[in-house]
Write a protein that binds this ligand. Sequence first.
Ligand code: SF4
Length: 234
Amino acid sequence: MNVNNLLVLRKTSLVDYPGKVATTLFFRGCNLRCPWCQNRELALASDTPDQAFISPDEALRHIEKRRAVLGGVVLSGGEPTLYHGLPALITRIKALGLPVKLDTNGMAPHVLETLFWQRETTPDYIALDLKLAPVRYTMLGAKNPTVQLKESAALIHATGVNHEFRSLALPRDLFTDNDVEALAPLVDDAPWFFRLFQPGNCLDPVWDEFPAAQEEDGARLAKKAGQLGKRVDR
Ligand code: SF4
């Protein structure tokens, strides 16, 4: 993947940034391969026709034009921390007077650390995905997931930036109470959201045959997190 050539796709969203009307920029490319991923065309950058994307400069022009009606900008993916121009992009968005939310899988703590060096490059809100027990990330293609996730969570906590944690309840008991227990030490007093897997356009087509996760799957995981003293949200 050529990380110097990442492009973004934009949409306007009422739900991606808590309490704000936001434009979301989706970055092409990802350093994980979650089989249930529904951002297939973003994660597998090579699958995507270039005309579907705009450049970061075009995205910035769009943001500038709509600045008056926007409450913020979400940088999502794929995985935005792979984009080498991320600090400059955040700086330019914040210079327009708009707060930035960063969605990340936490596999690049060194990038987060770099962003946190300066106020201009520090996101105003971070959503950290927690997918499975850290040791199980190897099945998603991660090389040193326990260290990376722990460092990312610790950095976010230490910086004091507003944040949330996000997990996906998977079908067939593939995300268990044991995963919640293993992830819990990474979670501070920020909210931990449990969403439900839905099949459709999955990165691994086998997952499109899987049933959707049920309300009770999410409720069970949330209950476990609550029992561990976490601030759970749905
Ligand atoms: S779910 Fe997120 S982290 Fe996983 S492959 Fe898709 S974009 Fe990457």
